[in-house]
Design a protein around this ligand. Structure first.
Ligand code: GDP
Ligand code: GDP
Length: 435
């Protein structure tokens, strides 16, 4: 279990300023190259050798006047569920506000340690004013300025005392990172919402704001994994212009960060060039790939339809026909679990390491039966095969004429590797070396 610190409080008290300070000090925040500032509500921080995750709960919940109470409850619920420590932030420049009192009511139900943080304390007068927050009855008062950093050290000194362990530098290390990509309207958000169980936690429909989470840690169907989604982006009001451009940028970023990508398409439409481009980009980066053909409920079908669709899609996929295809319906929740299961299988397959003896014992006879074509009167001999270290499967074939092995023979070898060892959904790299 990693250490999690959640910041709650009404709007404008300075939650995101503190979040940024904590996270940025570790330089963990990633600024978007595109110049679009994206709200990252989860970040990693460190204090005196203790590693922890910071959540800015305010970023998830947008409230307007009449729904504040609901928004507050949601915020605190997120914090109470996820956090090991809660920072309840108030604004010294404003003083005790009725909404602060609403928070206190909900917070009282929490059994998690709560720290009352009076923000924007930058002079003696502020500090004196801050004493009024004792009336909230939360206990000790921590006066800080998120803007300058004053007081945050004292706060963190006490916060980290609650941690049972020093935490993980990267709590997500070792978990499969799965990205969900695809054109608009294919069903990505619906997929995520099913995974979330309910649209509860992060969604707030109030102003058309969609959850905007990148790298969400999921535990579903007994599996633990990190999902990066690009679905929420489109609806962000803030980014008005050139949505297409940014969504491509975002897809690329998500792709770079993931181990496996789920490319989702609409089964009622053909695999289009955009989809194939995504798959090619993923394959070029040696990422695992699962293709989901969604809205299967809309397809009129008999017992052969899935097979026919698969063959047709494999034809379009060409040299990437090793990508597994799953037919889903987010509407009827058909094969949602299998999709995740397949992505995790692909993740495992991508890590698979075949021993050198196994490779040689199994592949050399195939090669003997079907040797590389003679090149200008020279016999090309493959003597030895080994799998090299790498993030993705990489095989080295040692031969007398590495430069003369044809592309078509390389494909033959790839097919043989797949035939014997699986690697479904995993791009394979083959290189030839001189021996
Ligand atoms: P949030 O809505 O709670 O996330 O609040 P923000 O972090 O967006 O801050 C709201 C406003 O308060 C912004 O204008 C910040 O610049 C300002 N602010 C935040 N922290 C401080 C602080 O420590 N001192 C002062 N003077 N202003 C602050
Ligand atoms: P996104 O843009 O890829 O995130 O797609 P959404 O999840 O927002 O879905 C777009 C539309 O397709 C919505 O109206 C969904 O209700 C609908 N939809 C999603 N999945 C399915 C499905 O499996 N079957 C049907 N019939 N409709 C779906």
């Amino acid at each position: 279990m990693s250490n999690i610190v959640a910041i709650v409080g009404r709007p404008n008290v300075g939650k995101s300023t503190l979040f940024n300070r904590l996270v940025e000090e570790r330089k963990a925040i990633m600024h978007d190259e595109s110049g679009v500032t994206r709200d990252r509500h989860y970040g990693q921080s460190e204090w005196n050798g203790n590693f922890f995750t910071v959540i800015d709960t305010g970023g998830y919940v947008v409230g307007s006047e009449d729904v504040f109470e609901k928004a507050i409850r949601e915020q605190v619920e997120i914090a109470m569920e996820e956090a090991s420590v809660i920072l309840f932030m108030v604004d010294t420049h404003v003083g005790v506000n009725p909404l602060d009192e609403e928070f206190v009511k909900v917070l009282r139900r929490s059994r998690k340690p709560i720290y009352l943080v009076a923000n924007k304390v930058e002079n003696f007068e502020h500090r004196t004013n801050a004493t009024e927050f004792y009336n909230l009855g939360i206990g000790e008062l921590y006066c800080v300025s998120s803007q300058t950093g004053t007081g945050t050290g004292d706060l963190l000194d006490d916060v980290v005392k609650n941690f049972e362990e020093i935490g993980d530098e990267d709590p997500n290390a070792g978990l499969p990172k799965i990205a969900i990509l695809g054109r608009p309207n294919v069903g990505k958000s619906s997929f995520l919402n099913i995974l979330l169980g309910e649209e509860r936690t992060i969604v707030s429909d109030i102003s058309g704001t969609t959850r905007d989470s990148i790298d969400t840690h999921y535990k579903a169907y007994g599996q633990e994994f990190i999902l990066t989604d690009t679905a929420g982006m489109r609806r962000k009001a803030r980014v008005k212009e050139n949505i297409e451009f940014y969504s491509v940028m975002r897809s690329l970023k998500a792709l770079d960060d993931c181990d496996v990508c789920i490319v989702m398409i609409d089964a009622t439409q053909k695999l289009e060039s955009q989809d194939l481009t995504l798959i090619r980009l993923a394959a070029d980066r040696y990422k695992g790939i699962v293709l989901i053909a969604n809205k299967w409920d809309l397809v009129e079908k008999d017992s052969k339809t899935a097979h026919e669709y698969t063959l047709e899609m494999q034809q379009s996929l060409g040299s990437a026909a090793w990508v597994p295809i799953i037919f889903t319906s987010m509407l009827t929740k058909q094969r949602v679990f299998q999709s995740i299961e397949k992505a995790i299988e692909v993740y495992e397959a991508r890590k698979q390491k075949i021993s050198t003896s196994k490779l040689n014992n199994i592949l050399l006879p195939d090669i003997k039966r079907t040797p590389p074509p003679v090149h200008r009167g020279k016999n090309i001999n493959i003597k030895y095969i080994t799998q090299l270290q790498g993030n993705a499967p990489l095989f080295a074939f040692f031969t007398n004429y590495p430069q003369h092995v044809h592309e078509s023979y390389k494909r033959f070898l790839e097919n043989k590797i797949r035939e014997h060892f699986g690697f479904e959904g995993v791009p394979i790299r083959i290189i030839f070396k001189e021996k």
